[in-house]
Design a protein around this ligand. Structure first.
Ligand code: ATP
Ligand code: MG
Length: 251
């Protein structure tokens, strides 16, 4: 189980979650996406079957194992499910009560046994929703673009992982830093090198390039594996390699 985090918005957390989900699902792995973002972009892209409960309801309820009741199928096809996000999650951005950050973990107990790949999409902040994800997942995937702020953003995300480890989740590990939306430019090469120098063991290969297929798949609510363009096929191969490298790094 991986939680995709960054404090900066729009760097590609949701896209990386969907890319990894598509490649895992296409490889025949049972996959679950948990959408903790009030924007619910992952939910929209996964074209969910009709559902009654969301991560907001699950967190409000808090009972052990209750998340199982909120799992719903995806229009992508059999073998991939989600727990939907919704706007009302906005009201859960702040701690409430002593074990506030542990609520997600408690609700997931026993609900995940049939899944090989579980991905949590977080909002663009290191607030209470992300803390819930970091308390529940054994590993955190940091997502960044190769920008001027990337180094600082990665540092702050890694700090959040350290804090969550100490506070709620002793086994939590960084799964690595995914560099997304890389273009062929001197600036991007420079920023990628800068990240690799700062975090030689954490920056993951391959970086994910900027490709129009990413937005096209999301807009059509289909997995990138469903698109025939070269751009889409390249992305599928890259996400498959990325997933392998993440798994190898964690094993
Ligand atoms: N590798 C890529 N190539 C092309 N477009 C991309 C790529 N990654 C992300 N995008 C596009 O950039 C936009 C932001 O990406 P995304 O929604 O995945 O970021 P995010 O970090 O989840 O944002 P937020 O912080 O708001 O949740 C989307 O329109 C998405 O389609
Ligand atoms: Mg997102």
């Amino acid at each position: 189980m991986l939680a995709a985090i960054s404090l900066k918005g729009g760097v590609g957390k949701t896209s990386v979650v969907l890319g990894l989900a598509a490649s895992a699902w296409a490889a025949g792995h049972r996959t679950l996406v948990i959408d903790l973002d009030p924007q619910a972009n992952a939910t929209a892209a996964l074209d969910p079957h009709p559902y009654e409960f969301t991560t907001n309801d699950v967190l409000a309820d808090g009972r052990q194992g209750i998340a199982a009741d909120a799992i719903v199928g995806s229009g992508w096809g059999p073998g991939i499910d989600l727990i939907a996000g919704e706007r009302a999650l906005e009201h859960r951005a702040h701690a409430e009560g002593a074990d506030s950050a542990l609520r997600l973990r408690t609700t997931l107990v026993g609900a995940l046994d049939r899944y090989h790949t579980i991905l949590i999409d977080c909002p663009p902040s290191l607030g209470e929703l992300t803390r819930n994800a970091l308390a529940a997942a054994p590993a955190a995937l940091i997502v960044t673009e190769p920008s001027y702020f990337a180094l600082q953003g990665a540092e702050q995300a890694l700090e959040a992982v350290d804090i969550a480890r100490a506070a709620t989740n002793l086994g939590l590990r960084p799964a690595g830093i995914v560099v997304n939306r890389v273009r062929h430019s001197a600036e991007h090469s420079y920023r990628l090198d800068e990240l690799r120098r700062a975090y030689p063991l954490l920056v993951l290969d391959p970086p994910i390039p900027d490709r129009t297929a990413m937005g096209a798949a999301q807009g059509a609510a289909v997995p990138i594996t469903a698109l025939r363009s070269k751009s889409a096929r390249d992305l599928v191969a890259l996400f498959t390699e990325l997933a392998d490298n993440i798994e190898e790094g964690l094993s």
